[in-house]
Write a protein that binds this ligand. Structure first.
Ligand code: UD1
Ligand code: UDP
Length: 456
């Protein structure tokens, strides 16, 4: 019998990011994969349209969880998914990202002793007030395999003690989705016409839905003030239902509707949104997926957050952190409109989030793991009680040997730092160099043997 996978999705970005990997797995004759929808997002324009446009089949099960408090959503997903998982007893469960659906599925899988495979792992904003930061930390640490989009994301996992041999860097599947859907979006979407966009003018796309902005009227007002003053740009803002709700409550929508250069729309389909983003001069957003898509399409991005778990976009000069500060928003949007050097840098920046082959990489690694290595975690035996961490400077004797050789089966090298402080992900075949620092995990007696063996 073929191994069986259940791929859980719940929100708009999860559907988009799951699609390329789902298709890659479905193509394989070595595995059987089905989609399960938690129902966290349920409006047609937040869910169904993405399933349709990205060519996904109707989910095998729909949990119909809907909106509610965070504990309500997590509790209901776990309760309703338990029955389905119990019926199908999959060989592994997959989920993407950091939503309440993701954390619920991750916890459920680990409680049912079913390997959890986390896609888009290792992202960290280091802001523990963000619900997503909690979700991603929990999901990463209960996962049997973590697929990190970038080296930086992988380094977060390894620095937290997650095992290197179960961490893979693959790129983000959203890049695959963009590259696949872009030609269709360019050819088919009529969104520019529908919104009467003047191609001779600057175009700024805005999206906002993070709790820190959407549930904070002062921050929303400050962002709106900036947008209202950016009169030289046409602005399109597809409103997320959460943001719409809180703007209605705080009576903020009227000001937007009366600003002639701002067009507020319902959430757009993927093809329409991609076409809009692709045609934009700048994007201002607090969305994770939109930051990644901006990097892919080389559209300068003003990040409406005080921290981002996608700092790669700032490293590459594709984005600037503006928070909700109206002065900074205006300044950074204008920088990206008029400053040729900054615009040129964005155009030349490599895409830090991948090359469009993430799904292929993930499906190959996953299928290989299912075939050869899938072992439900077995209890280790530690004669000394438990292992401990230690750090050493690589000496001349170690230098030139591979990670695997250096370990000598005594300890595990869990992180490597270059002399300049940079992080290197340990891999069995990687060669160590003198003066690097290695962090190792091992039992005390074996650690002593390791030190003696290498004259440390
Ligand atoms: C959720 C995720 C967030 C992700 C975002 C993608 C969590 C904690 N948050 O945030 O990480 O970036 O999805 O968009 O999981 N609503 C509707 N129709 C819908 C869905 C939602 O009207 O189809 C409204 C409801 O009023 C609901 C509110 O939006 O209460 C918030 O929805 P929810 O799923 O709780 O969180 P998001 O803000 O969408
Ligand atoms: N998106 C869309 N229509 C819209 C707004 C966004 O299709 O009106 C897509 C966007 O292209 C990206 C994803 O939704 O792929 C991002 O979702 P969201 O911003 O809701 O969540 P996040 O990525 O922040 O978790």
């Amino acid at each position: 019998m073929l191994p069986r996978l259940l791929f859980f999705v719940g929100t708009r970005p999860e559907i988009i990011k799951a699609a390329p990997l789902f298709h890659a797995l479905r193509k394989s004759s070595e595995v059987q994969v089905d989609l399960v929808h938690t129902g966290q997002h349920y409006d047609w324009n937040m869910s169904g349209v993405f399933i349709e446009e990205l060519g996904l089949p109707a989910p095998l099960h729909h949990l119909g969880v809907g909106s509610g408090s965070q504990p309500f959503q997590v509790h209901k997903i776990i309760e309703r998914a338990e029955e389905i998982v119990g019926t199908h007893l999959p060989d592994a469960i997959l989920a993407v990202g950091d939503t309440n659906s993701t954390i619920a599925v991750a916890i459920l899988s680990s409680k049912m002793d079913i390997p959890f495979i986390h896609i888009e792992a290792g992202l960290r904003s280091f802001d523990l007030t963000m619900p997503e930061e909690i979700n991603r930390r929990v999901a990463d640490h209960v996962a049997s395999l973590n697929f990190a989009p970038t080296e930086r994301a992988a380094s977060n996992l390894l620095n937290e003690g997650y095992p290197p041999e179960r961490t893979f860097v693959t790129g983000n599947t959203v890049v695959d989705a963009v590259l696949k859907m872009l030609p269709k979006a360019r050819a088919q979407s009529k969104i520019l016409k529908r919104l009467r966009i003047d191609p001779s003018k600057f175009l700024l796309t805005v999206t906002i839905h993070r709790r820190e902005n959407a549930d904070n009227p002062e921050r929303l007002e400050s962002i709106i003030n900036a947008l209202i003053e950016l009169k030289e740009v046409q602005i399109v803002w597809p409103l997320h239902p959460r943001t719409k709700g809180s703007m209605e409550k705080a009576d903020l929508l009227k000001r937007l509707y009366t600003a002639r250069h701002i067009k507020v729309t319902d959430p757009l389909s993927y093809l329409d949104f991609l076409k809009l983003l692709d045609s934009s001069t700048v994007v201002a957003t607090d969305s994770g997926g939109v930051q990644e898509e901006a990097a892919t399409l080389k559209i300068p991005c003003v990040v409406l957050r005080d921290s981002t778990e996608r700092p790669e976009i700032i490293d590459e000069g594709i984005g600037k952190m503006a928070g909700a500060d109206d002065l900074r928003i205006k300044r950074y949007v204008r920088d990206f409109l008029y400053n040729e050097a900054l615009i040129e840098r964005v155009k030349r920046a490599p895409n830090p989030f991948g090359d469009g082959s993430a799904s292929i990489r993930i499906s190959e690694i996953l299928l290989n793991w299912l075939e050869k290595e899938k072992i439900a975690l077995s209890s280790p035996r530690f004669d000394s009680g438990a292992p401990t961490y230690a750090a050493f400077i690589v000496n001349e004797e170690m230098s030139g040997h591979t990670v695997q050789d250096v370990e000598k089966g005594l300890v595990k090298i869990v992180s490597i730092y270059r002399e300049d402080g940079g992080f290197i992900r340990p891999r069995a075949e990687l060669t160590l160099k003198a003066r690097q620092i290695i962090r190792v995990l091992g039992e005390k007696p074996l650690m002593s043997e390791f030190r003696r063996a290498w004259n440390l």
